[in-house]
Design a protein around this ligand. Structure first.
Ligand SMILES: [Zn+2]
Length: 338
């Protein structure tokens, strides 16, 4: 399988974020990609660096002012007196009457959804590299009708049309889906990360040509809390083209695979011509951050069912945090989908 990866994705290093009232070390670290690279490197796949396709694939999924903000945020931040070395928000707007401000603290709050999106001097380079990996993987899949893997890091599925959130800045899966749409009339996105892909849902919520299905821990008690409910099904032209299938917190293989069955049935009814798989493996029992209990065998059964769709597929890496098993789980899934 073609694996698309840019070394500049290692440039962003997550340092800290706030969880349950405590400042804790960020689990979204470059070692995640290195675990995966080490494991897949031993399986005979082809590693390619993505050619630069410019901003066009990114702007197909994101607001232009938001993208301009991400490119310049760190520079603007460090220009004001008393700023810390890393841009981190301390206020977020809520409600229809909130107005986009012009100063760096207000803008950072405007364009982020939580405190898990710190911006360093190299964050843009890393997220731009991940977006290029996703766009190029999709182009390869469209041209060759072959399944391709974009080793995207930082991840993307919490990033909405104009908002960074949950370690995600640019929505790599949405960028891949838009790229596929240039060649296919109907595209489905299947998100199996243990957290709901609220950013992807946001981008396609009113679209009837891109179906979004997500299986994830019940958001009533689990991040991202405000999205991922079964009655969020899309609106306007997108009515019925969003399918959320939560499972109880702490679930293992049974509820996870039952949710997958429901999601795959929805995708089957939509009858897509191509697929984006938002591949988070943080539902794993080995994951240090995800708090669920899916076994390695459970992930292999998941991959077998997705392979049975026999669709040209772009696999986009989402979550899955640094552990010795992380790379092996991803490598096993790629072997099955190859
Ligand atoms: Zn996740």
């Amino acid at each position: 399988m073609q694996i698309v990866w840019s070394a500049q994705q290692l440039k962003h290093t997550g340092t800290r974020f706030v969880r349950a009232g405590q400042i804790v070390p960020s689990p979204e670290v470059p070692e995640r990609a290195e675990f995966i690279l080490n494991a897949v490197g031993a399986r005979g796949h082809t590693l390619v660096a993505p050619p630069d396709l410019g901003l066009a694939p990114i702007l197909a999924a994101h607001d232009a002012e938001f993208v301009a903000f991400l490119r310049t945020a760190h520079e603007t931040w460090t220009d004001f007196a008393g700023a810390g070395a890393i841009a981190m928000p301390n206020v977020h707007p809520r409600g229809a009457n909130a107005r986009r401000p012009s100063g760096p603290v207000g803008l950072l709050g405007w364009y982020t959804g939580d405190m898990a999106c710190e911006i360093t001097a190299d964050t843009w380079a890393a997220v731009y590299g991940a977006a290029q990996a996703a766009a190029n993987a999709a182009r390869w899949t469209a041209e060759r009708r072959q399944t391709t893997y974009a080793l995207c890091r930082p991840p993307g599925h919490h990033a909405g049309h104009d908002r960074a959130m949950g370690f995600c800045y640019l929505n790599n899966a949405a960028i891949a889906a838009e790229e596929l749409r240039r060649s296919f009339a109907r595209v489905a996105i299947l998100d199996v990360d243990v957290h709901h892909g609220n950013g992807t849902q946001d981008i396609f919520y009113e679209r009837g040509d891109v179906f979004f299905a997500s299986i994830h821990g019940d958001p009533a008690h689990y991040y991202p809390f405000f999205w991922g409910y079964p009655d969020q099904t899309g609106t306007g032209a997108g009515a019925g083209a969003t399918l959320n299938v939560p499972f109880p917190a702490g679930s293992g293989d049974g509820p996870f695979l039952d949710a997958l069955t429901v999601a795959l049935a929805g995708i089957g009814r939509f009858a897509p011509e191509a697929l984006v798989l938002s591949l988070g493996v943080d539902a794993s029992v080995h994951d240090p951050h995800g708090r669920h209990a899916v076994s390695d065998g459970g992930f292999r059964r998941m991959a077998e069912r997705i392979a049975a769709l026999k669709l040209p597929t772009v696999i986009v890496q989402e979550g899955g945090y640094a552990s010795a098993q992380l790379g092996m789980i991803v490598a096993d899934i790629l072997d099955i989908l190859a």
